[in-house]
Design a protein around this ligand. Structure first.
Ligand code: C5P
Length: 235
């Protein structure tokens, strides 16, 4: 049987390294991978990543790179040097940019997973239209997903709703799904949420969970409950 901890990512959406370390200590052995996003990285810089890596944790660096190919390739090189395990790029940056990212990763650390973000879940069809994309959201998700995989990305960030459609793109690739809430939990500001079991069923390879774990009185207990739900084991 697989270890569900391989598939749970805890989002460290806090503004200081001290707060992040407190969460990591409270979660303990219940999670192996932590997401460092724009907030924590902007506040604390790369040292927070180095510290997590040197304490044996895996880091998912979620900075959604989107720039000219040379700049993104160079940034990926630096991230790979920090020892991150996964990172995000915007698929809308196009094929050359995505290739620059995957080639840099391959040069420095072939195990680094490059994940592409397709359409932000905060965008609906009207918003897509307003930026010049005249297509249903799902069509654009599938178009960008196919582009990213063809450029060598190892995975995609996608909602569970999108995951089942994206699976049809065929190959073996990762699908990382945020907006996951344990059964019966507060939804916070997430509008379309799925449970851990639903995400697994839809074909997500990983789930990202933030506040239900980081804001819990007992983060380790909460994480364990989520791991059980991922396995389909009743609590
Ligand atoms: O606290 P919560 O579980 O809602 O955190 C979810 C994490 O996933 C946050 O870091 C958020 O930025 C990220 N995310 C998301 N929805 C997306 C893409 C990323 O919630 N569509």
């Amino acid at each position: 049987m697989y270890d569900p901890r391989e598939r749970l990512i805890v989002a460290l959406d806090v503004s200081s390294a001290a707060a992040a370390q407190k969460i990591v200590a409270a979660v303990g052995e219940s999670a192996l991978t932590y997401k460092v996003g724009m907030q924590l990285y902007t506040a604390e810089g790369p040292q927070v990543v180095r510290d997590l890596v040197s304490s044996g944790r895996r880091v998912f660096l979620d900075l959604k790179y989107h720039d000219i190919p040379n700049t993104v390739g160079s940034a990926v090189r630096e991230a790979a040097g920090l020892g991150v395990h996964m990172l995000t790029v915007q698929a809308a940056g196009g094929s050359k940019m995505l290739r620059a990212a995957t080639e840099s990763a391959r040069d420095v650390n072939p195990a680094l997973k490059i994940l592409a973000v397709t359409v932000l879940t905060s965008m609906d069809e009207a918003e897509l239209n307003s930026v010049g994309v005249h297509a249903p959201v799902l069509d654009q998700v599938l178009r960008l997903g196919a582009l990213a995989l063809a450029a060598g990305c190892q995975g995609l960030v996608a909602s569970a709703q999108e995951a089942s459609e994206l699976k049809k793109l065929g190959k073996e690739f990762l699908i990382v799904t945020p907006g996951v809430r344990p059964a019966g939990a507060d939804h916070g500001d997430q509008a379309r949420v799925v449970t851990p079991a639903e995400a697994m069923k839809a074909g997500s390879s990983h789930i990202v969970v933030g506040r239900p774990i980081t804001g819990a009185k007992d983060p380790a207990g909460e994480a364990k409950g989520i791991l059980e739900q991922m396995c389909g084991v009743a609590r």
